[in-house]
Design a protein around this ligand. Structure first.
Ligand code: ZN
Length: 436
């Protein structure tokens, strides 16, 4: 007898399917915001028409989006409630001059983006998506950047037969990122493909006008629900599009109530490569947008920050039944066990006693179970956007995420019932009106 899979989970899988790259994820997010009546605000506009209840969003450099709903009182009086997440995921991206040949075959050279679990990219059917900058007129600076998605298996990284690689049994699988990852996509010879010509014909443009690209490979297999009782979801990019989607639903759900506080979601690109970019969490985006929402004076933002709270949402490590010794014995989150609060004494997570207590209390009030994660003391701990935003703005933060397996694999795995619990927790948090 299958457990009912919540509707939010099916909607998450549809959202992920639309987001093979951070830029596609932002477009899907913006389409959903606009359908709900959110208006785009431009960073170069002199003034934003800020009124109580205004629902708006700002996109920076196509990869990061901040959306908000103004509260009934000024942020300097009532504070912000913020949920942050990241739109990017580790993947393989084409090099600038990707066309290479070897042994009569045509291949595409790739570079790794973020901490790719490279072994999982072998023997997958790979599509191509990203953005391409074109020259659109006679002047060399008449430019346009377009999104592109070629949603069919144009290439593959074939693994080496075990008969030719007996040492894999003793040494493990250790592919070399330069020599073993080029993607086979055709034959050398008279009809040898070139990426530029291929893109020109796919997009209906003169290949000579293609000036550059950010192109990601992705697995064309759609996400699915799985397990004998449909307890699991199998999908790419759960880290961290699942948290982006939960934040988005929470902001949209929260529209029914009209709290004093201003609800904000910040979905950043570039977390997987350290966040230190113009649109990353360590850049000026959060400060710039919150500063304008707070009123424009330095003190307005300082006052608002002192009354604000943030959930930094990024996926968590569920205890793996086959590798249970990699977890701290008293901190073993389970899939479908509810949101995981992430704690690290060394500050790799921003969680503190007060913020974790508020999150736990909100969840208890909503009937949402919570769990806790602490890394084994003898293993290095990961990190996320929480400490970056908390330290730059002085906003109290709790790091949370749903438990998953196969993090940074081309096809990850999580529980089918956790997502709805996270959406409920975030909705409660974004409309939480109490003074900190
Ligand atoms: Zn992540």
């Amino acid at each position: 007898m299958a457990n009912a899979v919540p509707e939010n989970t099916h909607d998450l899988l549809a959202y992920i399917e639309e987001g093979p790259t951070p830029w596609h994820c932002v477009v899907e997010t913006v389409e959903r915001l606009e359908r709900a009546g959110f208006v785009e605000l431009s960073e170069d506009a002199a003034q934003w028409p800020l009124t109580p209840g205004l629902a708006g969003y700002v996109v920076r450099d196509a990869g990061s989006v901040v959306a908000f709903r103004m509260g009934g009182r000024a942020p300097s009086e009532a504070g912000f409630r913020i949920v942050g997440a990241h739109t990017d995921s580790p993947n393989l991206r084409l090099k600038s001059n990707p066309d290479v040949t070897s042994e009569g075959y045509a291949l595409l050279g790739v570079q790794t983006y973020g901490g790719v679990l490279v072994s999982t990219w072998f023997d997958r059917d790979l599509g191509l998506a990203g953005r391409i900058t074109l020259r659109t007129g006679a002047h060399p600076l008449q430019l346009e950047t377009r999104l592109v998605r070629i949603d069919r298996p144009i290439g593959r990284i074939p693994s080496l037969a075990i008969h030719l690689n007996r040492e894999i049994k003793e040494d493990g699988f250790k592919p070399n990122a330069q020599t073993h990852l080029p993607v086979v996509w055709g034959f050398d010879g008279a009809d040898r493909p070139s990426l530029r010509a291929f893109l020109g014909s796919e997009m209906g443009v003169d290949p000579a006008n293609i000036l550059g690209w950010d192109l990601c490979l992705y697995d064309v297999q759609p996400p699915s629900v799985g397990g004998v009782h449909e307890d699991f979801i199998y999908a790419p990019r759960l880290d961290n599009q699942a948290s982006c989607h939960a934040a988005l639903l929470a902001l949209l759900d929260g529209g029914a109530s009209a709290p004093d506080t201003t609800a904000v979601i910040t979905l950043f690109d570039h977390e997987e490569i350290g966040s230190r970019t113009s649109r990353g969490a360590a850049g000026s985006l959060t400060r710039d947008v919150l500063g304008r929402l707070a009123g424009g004076q330095h003190e307005d933002l300082t006052r608002a920050a002192s009354r604000s709270a943030m959930i930094s949402a990024d996926m968590a490590h569920g205890v793996h039944p086959n590798y249970a010794d990699r977890h701290e014995p008293n901190h073993k989150p389970m899939l479908n066990g509810g949101p995981v609060i992430k704690i690290h004494a060394g500050g790799r997570y921003a969680t503190e006693t007060e913020t974790s207590a508020v999150f736990r209390g909100l969840c208890a009030d909503l009937g949402v179970p919570t769990q806790e994660f602490i890394n084994r003391s003898d293993l290095a701990c990961g990190s996320t956007i929480g400490p970056i935003v908390a330290s730059s703005l002085g906003i109290r933060t709790v790091d949370v995420g749903n438990a998953m397996w196969s993090m940074h694999s081309i096809r990850e795995m999580a529980g089918s019932r956790d997502h709805d619990l996270m959406v409920r927790a975030m909705t409660g948090f974004l409309t939480w009106d109490q003074r900190f």
